[in-house]
Design a protein around this ligand. Structure first.
Ligand code: GDP
Ligand code: ZN
Length: 287
């Protein structure tokens, strides 16, 4: 956990202490593995940040990358019928997760509302079956009713996972449900920082009862992608992969070039139209 120019470092045996950051070393993020000088004392300083295996990022208002957490095994993308996901929100998250080379899990919280079918069938919520057909894991949860949250815990076992999603989808409620000792954990963190922990503004890593780590990140209103290469954007659409080999141009943007295998596949229904349209919109917004 990082706050200002300090953060909490945990040792291999679980001791936690408060560390100072140095501008020359940089600012660690949740999940970073660091080395510390003068460990254990109030004057402990982070002396190196070890190379990261991956970084989960989002864009700030200027489309610049902001690193939220590092060294993750998977990303849990939480959506809910209320607030409903905006068009392309799930696709933006999927592109971001694929750029890390790890798997996303789609967590649909407040799933008790899906029962009545009172949601937009042409939104991501109406396409859960199609996401599964595309090879994504989809887990439905409810913190208030059926189906409960017990199906989520096994997904998290022995892994470092981050929960991401729009404010209000129920991330804090899920963290509460998954961590019977949440108050103990936040209390312990507060003791080390000497302040209260503000779970809505700070990214925090928790220890799961089933072993594994869970990082809770503050909800964002609209998750945005940073400026990225067209190729990296397309790589986030795994259903395009079988067809881009046959594009005439190596650097085909799949937008309208002659001999585009992806566009041909979309036109003949081999690639779902809504996926292709979403790709075109993300491409347009990313220029
Ligand atoms: P966060 O902003 O993503 O952390 O969302 P919260 O956990 O604060 O939840 C936002 C609101 O949704 C709160 O009023 C919760 O009580 C409510 N909520 C969370 N999970 C569920 C759920 O599964 N079903 C219903 N009906 N409400 C939920
Ligand atoms: Zn193409």
């Amino acid at each position: 956990m990082s706050y200002g120019s300090r953060g909490i470092v945990e040792t291999a045996n679980g001791d936690r202490f408060n560390c100072q950051y140095r501008r020359s070393v940089g600012r660690p993020v949740c999940g970073d593995i660091v080395t510390v000088k003068d460990g254990g004392t109030e004057s402990a300083v982070v002396s190196t940040i070890l190379p990261r295996s991956n970084e989960f990022m989002r864009a700030n208002a200027q489309q610049k990358k902001l690193v939220i957490a590092a060294n993750l095994d998977q990303v849990m993308v939480v959506i809910a019928p209320e607030p409903a996901p905006s068009r392309d929100l799930v696709e933006r998250y999927l592109v971001a997760v694929h750029s890390l080379g790890i798997e996303p899990v789609l967590v649909v919280n407040k799933a008790e509302f899906l029962e009545g079918g009172a949601y937009d069938q042409s939104s991501s919520l109406g396409r859960l079956g199609e996401y599964e057909e595309l090879g994504y894991r989809v887990v439905q949860t409810s913190c208030k009713g059926s189906p409960g949250t017990s199906s989520l815990a096994p997904e998290l076992e022995d892994k470092t996972s981050i929960l991401v999603g729009q404010s209000g989808v129920g991330k804090s409620s899920l963290v509460n449900a998954l961590l019977p000792d949440l108050e103990l954990q936040t209390g312990a963190l507060s003791r080390v920082t000497g302040k209260g922990t503000h779970t809505t503004t700070t990214t925090i890593m928790y220890t799961l009862p089933c072993s594994g780590r869970l990082i809770d990140s503050p909800g964002v209103w609209e998750y945005g992608l940073w400026q990225m290469e067209q190729r990296d954007l397309a790589a986030g659409f795994r259903d395009f992969a079988p067809y881009d080999e046959s594009c005439r141009f190596n650097d085909c943007s799949h937008r309208g070039e002659p001999g585009c295998g992806v566009r041909a596949a979309a036109e003949s229904g081999l690639i779902r139209n809504w996926r292709y349209d979403s790709y075109l919109r993300l491409l347009e917004q990313n220029r």
